[in-house]
Each structure stands twice: as structure tokens, then as C-alpha cells.
Design a protein around this ligand. Sequence first.
Ligand code: HEC
Ligand code: HEC
Length: 236
Amino acid sequence: MTPIVSRSHRLPMAIALVSLAALVLLGAGCGETVGYTEATGDKTNGKTLFTAKCGSCHTLADAGTAGAIGPNLDDAFAESRRNGLGESTFVQVVRDQIAYSIEETSTGAPGMPADIVTGQDAIDVSTYVASVAGTGKAPTPAPPQTTTTSVEPSGDVGDAAAGKVVFTNGCGGCHTLGDAGTTGAIGPNLDDRPPSSELVTERVTNGQGAMPSFSATLTAAQIADVSAYVSSAAGK
Ligand code: HEC
Ligand code: HEC
């Protein structure tokens, strides 16, 4: 699968629009933004934002995220990187994707909301992703999230602490939950109507409407963990 290539025909138009936007900003006296396609963002801030706002849908080894709603970004960029495309091109591709994502897919599969991050934050995320996606490097020092993915099953009762990590990585992009600090707005706000553990297990296993099934991406133990976590944390 080479999604970057298949979508590349959209790029010239996106780049034209982006240049126009930069000119408008220049006219408004913000000339610095013209350096847009150069890798000038803050990678540390970009990584933090990526983990919080993108990782629930995208796998990216360096960030330790394992989202499976959108394309695996290591896979998406690996081939172009091998073919010698430069980092500044990747910054542009990611920045365009954030602004011109496909929100409504023709298949009814979940799309990617546009403008999840804007302004300098969007440049920071783009710079970060461009610098790490598809490099095949080992993840940089493990964020706390990645260490808990091999939690042992503990009978039918999940481990809420491990479930919080699953939630932040896999669910928070779509759901608001105060305890986890997530603000997703694609699915219901889980604090508004705290679900039972059984409802969480059912939805996560089978999906419904725009919510995908996680039965292929989460283990039974992780589903028990996230159910224990959400049912105990929602509405608090
Ligand atoms: C709610 C889920 C979701 C979130 C959150 C999300 N994405 Fe996506 N992303 C998708 C989907 C679905 C696609 C494929 C459809 C499309 O191209 O718009 C995609 C496509 C992409 C692509 C293109 C990959 C390719 O192979 O062409 C990039 C790059 C990308 N996303 C980066 C990001 C970044 C950076 C963020 C955070 C600012 C983010 N995404 C947040 C779901 C998401
Ligand atoms: C791509 C976005 C998306 C992701 C990712 C996602 N959900 Fe959902 N979720 C939804 C949507 C949309 C609904 C409403 C579905 C419906 O009833 O049609 C929903 C419904 C739910 C409900 C039922 C809420 C109610 O009051 O009816 C629960 C519980 C839930 N999700 C938990 C989770 C958990 C836990 C995860 C992570 C394992 C998760 N969701 C991941 C979009 C998402």
C-alpha cells in the first residue's frame, strides 16, 4: 500500500492554496510564516501534540502510538524516504494533510477531521512527523505509554491504570474524558453519560456507526482494561 503516492495528485493544488495563504499572511505583516515548507518547527512540541491529538488514529514508532484508524505513518513515508524525497517535502505533505484531510470518506469509514492543530502548532507537528516517520529508527526513549502494553490479563476485571493508557492512545482522539485529559469530539462525551463496563466492552469489541471495532487491534485483556478504566473514570 502506498497511500502517499496515490494521493499525490492532490498535492499541487494543496501547495498552491498554501502559498496563497502564506502571501495573505505576508500582506498582514507576518512574513516569518513564509518559511513554512522548511523544517523550522519545534519537534519537542510537535511530538507532544502528535501523541495527544494524532496518535489515537495513527501508528508512529517514534511517538510510541499505535492508532489504527488512519494509515500507519511509518509505512506511509518509508518508501518516499527510501526514494530520496527530502524532509521539507514531508513537512509540506503533513501540513497539507492537516489542512485538507478527507473528513467524509466515500466508504463511510472514519475520516480525519481538518485543522486538528493550527498555526505554529501545525508546523511543529508536521516538522516532527517529517523528521521521524518511516526512518525505521528505534523509538526515542519510551514515553510512559509504551511500557504498559504487555499487561497480563487479570481475570475478567481489567486493570484501570493500564486501561487509561489504552484509552489515551486509542480512544481519546474521538472521545472527551476529563480524567484522561482527552477532548475528542467525534464520538459522545463519555463524562456526559458514564457508560457501564459492559457497554464499553460491547462497543469496543463490535463498534457501532462511526466507531470502529477494536477486536483486531486490542487484546481481550486490553479491552477489559479500557472497560474498567472508562467505567470508573467517566463522569468524575
Ligand atoms: C480521528 C482519526 C484521525 C486523527 C485524530 C488524525 N488522523 Fe490523520 N488520517 C486519518 C485517516 C482516516 C486518514 C486517511 C484519510 C485521509 O487521507 O484524509 C489520515 C491520513 C493522514 C495522513 C496521510 C497518510 C497517507 O498515507 O497519505 C497523514 C500524514 C496524517 N493523517 C497525519 C495526521 C496528523 C499529523 C494528525 C494530528 C494532527 C492526524 N493525522 C490526526 C485519521 C486521523
Ligand atoms: C473514530 C472515532 C472513535 C474511536 C477511535 C472510538 N470511538 Fe467510541 N464512539 C464513537 C462514536 C461515533 C460513537 C457513537 C456510536 C453510535 O452509537 O452510533 C461511540 C460510542 C462509544 C461508546 C458508547 C457511548 C454511549 O453513550 O452510547 C463508548 C462506551 C465508547 N464509544 C468507548 C470507546 C472506547 C473505550 C474507545 C477506544 C478503545 C473508543 N470508543 C474509540 C467514535 C469512536
